[in-house]
Design a protein around this ligand. Structure first.
Ligand code: MF3
Ligand code: CO
Ligand code: CO
Length: 274
């Protein structure tokens, strides 16, 4: 989500609620988040063997939709239309090579050896949303592409490792940004992690850059995503005319990983693992 839209989405969604702002989930709700998180992780696992040269992104989408329904869930992405966006017409996002995020599956888009593809899934199970994504290698990408993918995954984990009660949102972004830049990559600024639970995109925003010790203090019961996008070169991005697809301005590669996590007394729990 873009910063600006996320703000208005959060406002729209939270306005009618008596308790605006950050939502803290109860133990019972956390259990529901564990269930949908596991389902989301299993969906990525289910799709992984299909990610091969010759497959279309539409085929990945259709299998994701089928599997989601077969498991009693629905896709949060299909028909999703936050303020300022046209409805998203597919069930997952497939972001190939220079696509930073929100790529739209298409039957004419065939994966080829050497591509990298992020698949982002968000099933809703029993009213709760589980949001996760991974960047997969298609055949054998270049050494530099593989490094970008590896460092992006490590960045996500470095960010998550900062999370515990009393830490601040800025600690997450700082850890991600430091690790990305020391490895020669840049961090996308416009798209951020977000609160998630009974709604898709809510407060707080989780930037993937920032300063240690800054921002909101983390508390047990907070649930949000950490979803850094790293670019090979410039961090500048562009929106395609479809108004969803985000690409790098220089058309160089971009990679992303995403987990939904919960702040717990003991520190952090990753919800989107199987
Ligand atoms: N799953 C994305 C996120 O991580 C949002 C995708 S919205 C869609 O926040 F409409 F493009 F699917
Ligand atoms: Co996502
Ligand atoms: Co997300």
């Amino acid at each position: 989500m873009s910063n600006q839209n996320l703000l208005s989405i959060a406002e729209n969604l939270l306005q009618p609620l008596p308790n605006r702002g950050i939502v803290l989930l109860s133990a019972r709700e956390l259990n529901k988040m564990r269930r949908v998180g596991q389902l989301a992780a299993n969906l990525l696992k289910h799709l992984e063997p299909m990610v091969q040269p010759g497959v279309s992104t539409q085929t990945l989408n259709d299998e994701a939709e089928r599997w989601t329904q077969a498991n009693g869930a629905i896709s949060a992405q299909l028909g999703y239309a936050p303020p300022g966006y046209p409805p998203f017409t597919r069930s997952i996002c497939t972001s190939v090579n220079e696509v930073v995020c929100h790529g739209i599956p298409n039957s004419k888009q065939i994966l080829k050896d050497g591509d990298i593809i992020n698949i982002d899934v968000t099933p809703i199970l029993d009213g709760y949303y589980g949001d996760t994504s991974k960047t997969f290698l298609v055949g054998k990408p270049s050494v530099s592409a593989r490094k970008l993918v590896k460092i992006t995954q490590e960045c996500m984990m470095q960010g998550i490792a900062e999370i515990k009660p009393g830490a601040r949102i800025g600690d997450i972004g700082a850890a991600i940004q430091e690790y990305a830049e020391v490895n020669g990559f840049s961090v996308v600024r416009e798209m951020v992690g977000h609160g998630v639970g009974r709604q898709f995109h809510i407060e707080p925003q989780i930037p993937h850059y920032g300063k240690r010790g800054s921002g909101l203090k983390l508390r047990p019961g907070m649930v949000f995503t950490v979803e850094p996008m790293l670019n090979e070169a410039t961090c500048d991005i562009k929106f395609l005319p479809d108004r969803w697809t985000v690409i790098t301005k220089d058309k160089k590669l971009s990679a992303q990983f995403e987990h939904t996590v919960a702040v717990i007394e003991e520190g952090v729990e990753i919800l989107t693992i199987s």
